[in-house]
Design a protein around this ligand. Sequence first.
Ligand SMILES: O=P(O)(O)OC[C@H]1O[C@H](OP(=O)(O)OP(=O)(O)O)[C@H](O)[C@@H]1O
Ligand SMILES: NC(=O)CC[C@H](N)C(=O)O
Ligand SMILES: [Mg+2]
Length: 506
Amino acid sequence: MCGIVGVVSHSPVNQLIYDALLLLQHRGQDAAGIATSQGSTFSMHKANGLVRDVFRTRNMRSLPGTMGIGQCRYPTAGSSSEEEAQPFYVNAPFGIVLAHNGNLTNWEQLKIEMFRNDRRHINTTSDSEVLLNVLAHEIQQATTGYSLDPSTVFQAVASVHRRVRGSYAVVAQIAGYGMLAFRDPHGIRPLCIGINETPDGKEYLLASESVALEGLGFRFLRDVAPGEAIFIDLDRNLYSQQCAETPELAPCAFEFVYLARPDSVIDGASVYHARLKMGEYLAEKIRREIPAGDIDVVMPIPDSSRPSAIELALKLNLDYREGFIKNRYIGRTFLMPGQAIRRKSVRQKLNAIGSEFKGKSVLLVDDSIVRGTTSLEIVQMARDSGAKRVIFASAAPPVKYPNVYGIDMPTRGELIAHGRTVEEVCREITADRLVYQDLDALKRSISDANPALKDFEASCFDGKYITGDISRDYLDHIENVRGNPAPMNEDMVRSPLALKKLASVE
Ligand SMILES: O=P(O)(O)OC[C@H]1O[C@H](OP(=O)(O)OP(=O)(O)O)[C@H](O)[C@@H]1O
Ligand SMILES: NC(=O)CC[C@H](N)C(=O)O
Ligand SMILES: [Mg+2]
């Protein structure tokens, strides 16, 4: 996932976008970028690093204008090179900049198609640059003359929905015309809009999570609906339209487990309340599986599991203790690139308070176990600190299948629960007992937070890919590309063989 933000204001937006990106930093730690517009001129700065490191005063000064977009990136396609930091820019038609959260599953075909049909060159291996070019092409197709009205923009988004597969929450600016935002037909990745009434008139803020609206004093208006597009023109008139043929809300369940901040509300469900419920349902399962008296104390693995762990302890009437202290200057380890750095960071990030473990049977609660990096290290640390028994519980079900919709877990082999039973995972992480949440209970936790939510994108738990285009061959292909750092590049697309194939199709 990544964090995206778009602002239409009456005063300079550079600081506002910067502050919004800081509030969305937990969604992407690899790169950050801002593009603003003044008149019909874009200014942009983007680089690898955390938001606070990417933008210096001189960079901020060079971002004038009252409209702009920003992104903090966690790569899920292509590479983590600086060229793939977002936003992306394309000069025709009109000039468009775009920031994307999500992951396209057919970007490689689209890339070939665009070269074949339009001789459009995509300069990176980023799916987001492909998405921008598809949007640009469709705006070009829908436009006659030099003017661009909202209905033309919506027509173009409808065509994007028809061509593009996967997940996408998008903010884009069209030079001299306005701000566009849209969400894929399943609403897999989140996007919401807030408003601020000022003496000069209305201002709008679009963001991945509601925490960014609240933090910047905007009033939450609503979530962008799945398949919907919103266009705000230069006079701050807001237009919206459903652009998908069969929109069906199915937000990503993993947002509620781990990705989003607990103080955000996504599609009407409070992430915090969903996590409390996960703790409640997990407590019921533990009560069924582990004899009362076998647990002395419950401990969270900071940070994301806290709400679930607190509620679980309360429901089981057990002591709750903070046995691990987190170094607040280390980022989220799951989002880090590469297993070696993730493993090292767990040790640097968490340290045990020995006295809390000595001679005790501890129940460690985490929100999820993905690669097992955290759990393996943590169980070991608990033992080293003198724990008598280490029981591990996960507020999410086993993560068994790759995610192709914007969470970087593309290979089956890296997932500790893939092809393993619960007992085998328990042995791998060297715990005495392991209890996982049931998938049905996870879904109920989120539905309890908003009963209108019934469907979820939960493929990493059940292997069901909602976009219907994910075959075994595709997963094998992704494993080859993402599991092996040499990505599919331009040379492969333009290889004599690929071009010959294209010629024979034409
Ligand atoms: O099984 P793994 O591959 O280790 O992944 C799962 C762990 O990674 C995340 O923590 P992270 O440190 O990223 O962030 P947090 O501080 O928000 O918990 C998550 O909360 C789990 O603790
Ligand atoms: N996690 C995301 O949303 C990533 C966006 C896009 N797929 C990229 O890799 O840049
Ligand atoms: Mg964690």
